[in-house]
Design a protein around this ligand. Structure first.
Ligand code: SAH
Length: 395
């Protein structure tokens, strides 16, 4: 089988990151391809001397020309894919055994060594997305293995991400098993959340902040809390559950704000949900001389490319400056970046420079990351994308 695969020769030097576990070969890292291969085919990646680096799937239409599945030679088989899905599900038992938790990411693409495959579990509903052409033919195997491991009431194939068109695939949504319930309520550390897996953002929810949502609680007892870029209200609901005195959640999307209101009602929480641009809202609050004890900033990725780094930093700094002005001594700021192009130290230095500009001393409480169901694969730094910096204003 190995002999039948085309050989992709990477340029000298580029094999190193691959040997250390990086799963992507870019088009400009390829010296030549020997043998016939069509888009979606399995190929053997070799170094300039022809030594095997790994086996992956090829797509001439993608910037990521080859996505590696193995670190050695050998065929990519349905059995290998099924075993990867099983291993991914087994690892998530850690998260699903948390009290009051029935939602998590089950498959996190490359980090679970299933390139371009994303799968989330929302209670009885499992949502699968296949974003790499070479994995498309394994959709049924992946689905069957998920049914075997998770036994969901419904399995939804949500192949509507526009990335699929770039990979040369069509966009569609299809129920593969069971029936899509009209309403999906999931539980995260005992908090009920309404989700919209069929519509919604991404696969319908933001699961990567579960552990940070919970972490927030300890700072909120009896406090005035502001949750900026709130989406479904994850941080706000946890603040309320902890016994905050007053909770405000702000999001620019009308749909998100009504979701926050419904989630507040579901949990019997009192949350002041505001539809506004957080940049403006924070500035207005500063002008009005408002004060908060705890502020969360969790904006969308300001940069999807390295080229926008400077403007992304300005964005992070601007909201950090406003937030710090609203926080008196003792106040806590939890600030996030979910762009993997933003290196952790750049993000931390950007936020800390806001405190320096204001001549305020801050305590770095901790530096956290995405929840463990979005695992980080060693050798693949892109899988560590969420930075979560927690500060306390000391003066
Ligand atoms: N904090 C959420 C996830 C936030 S995702 C959680 O813990 O689950 C980012 C959110 O920011 C989205 O809901 C999006 O609608 C919102 N958003 C984007 N730009 C915004 C802006 N300028 N002002 C306010 N909200 C914004």
């Amino acid at each position: 089988m190995v002999g039948e695969m085309a050989k992709v020769f990477v340029t000298n030097g580029r094999q190193k990151k691959l040997i250390l576990g990086h799963p992507w070969v870019y088009g400009n890292e390829i010296d030549r391809v020997e043998g016939a291969c069509s888009d979606g085919d399995a190929v053997e990646v070799v170094d300039f001397r022809g030594r095997t680096v790994g086996t992956g799937v090829y797509n001439s239409h993608s910037l990521l020309r080859v996505r590696l599945l193995t670190g050695k030679g050998g065929a990519i088989t349905p059995e290998l894919i099924a075993e990867r899905v099983r291993a991914a599900c087994r690892y998530r038992d850690y998260v699903l055994s948390r009290p009051g938790t029935d939602c998590c990411r089950l498959i996190f693409g490359e980090a679970d060594r299933l390139p371009g495959v994303i799968c989330d579990r929302y209670g009885g509903v499992v949502v699968l997305q296949v974003l790499a052409l070479g994995m498309e033919k394994y959709t049924q195997v992946i689905a069957d293995t998920l049914l075997e491991c998770v036994k969901p009431d419904c399995l939804l194939l949500k192949n509507d991400d526009p990335i699929r068109e770039k990979e040369g695939m069509d966009c569609f949504v299809r129920v593969l098993h069971g029936e899509m319930p009209g309403e999906v309520i999931v539980h995260e550390n005992g908090i009920a959340l309404e989700m919209d897996p069929a519509g919604g953002q991404k696969t319908g929810g933001f699961l990567d902040q579960k552990d940070n949502h919970l972490y927030l609680r300890q700072f909120c007892v009896g406090k005035r809390v502001l949750d900026c870029f709130s989406y479904a209200g994850g941080f706000a609901l946890n603040a309320a559950a902890a016994g905050a005195r007053e909770v405000t959640a702000v999001d620019i999307s009308e749909a998100a704000v009504s979701l926050i209101r419904r989630n507040a009602q579901l949990n019997g929480a009192e949350i002041n949900a505001v539809c506004a641009n957080c940049f403006d809202y924070l500035r207005e609050q500063v002008r009005a001389k408002e004060r908060y004890d705890v502020i969360v900033l969790d904006p969308p990725a300001f940069t999807k490319a390295k080229a926008n780094m400077a403007s992304a930093c300005r964005g992070y700094k601007e909201i950090a400056l406003s937030a710090m002005r609203l926080l008196p001594a003792g106040g806590v700021l939890a600030t996030h970046s979910c762009s993997y192009h933003m290196p952790e130290d750049t993000f931390v230095n950007t936020v800390l420079s806001a405190a320096q500009d204001l001549n305020r001393r801050v305590r770095v409480i901790t530096l956290r990351r995405q929840d463990i169901d979005h695992p980080v694969l060693a050798g693949y730094p892109e899988s560590h994308y969420l930075k979560s910096l927690w500060l306390q204003m000391m003066e």
